[in-house]
Design a protein around this ligand. Structure first.
Ligand SMILES: Nc1nc2c(ncn2[C@@H]2O[C@H](COP(=O)(O)OP(=O)(O)OP(=O)(O)O)[C@@H](O)[C@H]2O)c(=O)[nH]1
Ligand SMILES: [Mg+2]
Ligand SMILES: [Zn+2]
Length: 361
């Protein structure tokens, strides 16, 4: 259980809360109203009790990835979450467009704030992620990814800028293409500790985790045009256990949390192409095979076909997917989606307005 991050802090709380009769398990993934929990014995799909739902005052009263819970097993595959143990730390954000708190992960030892050196890199974004990490009691570190796309001199100057702005922060420069920095990242991650990757969509969080695990555990953003499927952008939060290849006694060599990257709107770089995206895609969508096509992986999707043929720019498409993700669209029920589709038009107008405002400055 220490492998999984359990310790005195949680055990003390469990006894105090009178949950000693139950087993404990850690939340490793979160689905709609369902959780996957894991302990030394195995993994279970778990539900929370009606009483907990009834008593919940805010989102923070529900389990989140990384939480330690008291469970009672129903069978070898299912369990009920009887209570959530107090959190040592927590990373949360305000959900875009909603007046609601979203817990990204709980009981995190360090945040790996990731940016790719190409594209819309910004020091201010680091600052925002550092803020949400420190607010929740989590130490941030910097991961600069995709350094294969940058010269050594430019990289050194980036690192210099980060140091002069943020002082004594750990910086790991990595590339999943050349494998540069991956040993450094592995060494940074310690057994029994939990790390959460944070960063915009497409910076390579899932690809880095695959490298750490040593296999393709997560589908990543690379568009596989041959099979006509869309981007495998991460849509859920999930915890991954790094295998220990050395002879140490622990079998797990640290834990990492992957989560869907957000694309901030309101910044000129991020919102470029919003104007285009919605109109072009709405026109193409009329030819999709399915009326409720999300244009991410469905067969017969006219939008994906247009990306493949080059008729629709890959950037325009990426922007569209990012914006939909930002609104939480892919995690919604059908009813919520229909409702959101109506609101989405409004959201896009708002984004356009922000771009105009920004450009006007
Ligand atoms: N050149 C280069 N490309 C990379 C590197 N790491 C990842 N990529 C590519 O970047 C794209 C996005 O990678 P993902 O790992 O899916 O990004 P992510 O941060 O998980 O994105 P979301 O799941 O949408 O939040 C993929 O096409 C990767 O192949 C790298 O070090 N160098
Ligand atoms: Mg991902
Ligand atoms: Zn489609």
């Amino acid at each position: 259980m220490e492998d999984l991050g359990y310790g005195e802090f949680f055990e003390g709380a469990r006894q105090k809360m009178g949950l000693g009769v139950f087993e404990v398990a850690r939340v490793v993934a979160e689905y709609k109203e369902l959780y996957r929990v894991r302990n030394a014995e195995g993994e279970y799909l778990a539900k929370i009790t009606g009483k907990q739902i009834f008593n919940a005052v805010s989102r923070e009263d529900f389990p989140a990835v990384g939480d330690w819970t008291a469970i009672s097993k129903i069978n070898e595959e299912q369990a009920v979450i009887e209570g959530v143990l107090p959190r040592k730390s927590m990373i949360k954000r305000k959900a875009a467009g909603k007046n609601e708190i979203q817990i990204i992960a709980a009981n995190i030892d360090a945040a790996l704030v990731t940016q790719a050196v190409d594209g819309d890199y910004s020091l201010n974004r680091f600052e925002r992620y550092f803020a949400i990490s420190r607010d929740g009691g989590v130490t941030p570190a910097v991961v600069l990814n995709k350094i294969d796309l940058m010269s050594k001199e430019d990289l050194d100057s980036r690192i210099g800028q980060i140091k002069s702005r943020f002082g004594n922060i750990d910086i790991i420069a990595a590339s999943t293409v050349t494998d540069a920095g991956l040993d450094g990242l592995r060494n940074y991650i310690k057994a029994g500790k939990t790390y959460c990757f944070l960063g915009s969509s497409g910076v390579g969080k899932s690809t880095l985790i695959n490298k750490l695990i040593g296999k393709e555990a997560i589908k990543t953003g690379a568009v596989s045009v041959d099979t006509d499927r869309g981007r495998h952008t991460t849509t859920g939060r999930e915890m991954y256990f790094l295998p220990n290849n050395s002879s140490a006694s622990l079998t797990i060599n640290g834990i990492v949390v992957d989560n869907p990257g957000m694309r901030e709107v309101g910044m000129a770089d991020a919102a470029a192409g919003v104007d285009d995206a919605f109109g072009q895609i709405a026109a193409l969508a009329k030819e999709c095979k399915y009326a409720d096509c999300t244009h991410t992986r469905e067969p017969g999707c006219a939008v994906l076909a247009a990306v493949k043929s080059g008729r629709l720019g890959a950037e325009v498409y990426d922007n569209y997917v990012s914006l939909k993700k930002e609104t939480g669209y892919y995690e919604m029920s059908e009813f919520e989606k229909r409702e959101k589709d109506r609101q989405f038009g409004k959201f896009v107008n708002f984004a356009k307005w922000q771009v105009k405002k920004y450009k006007g400055k």
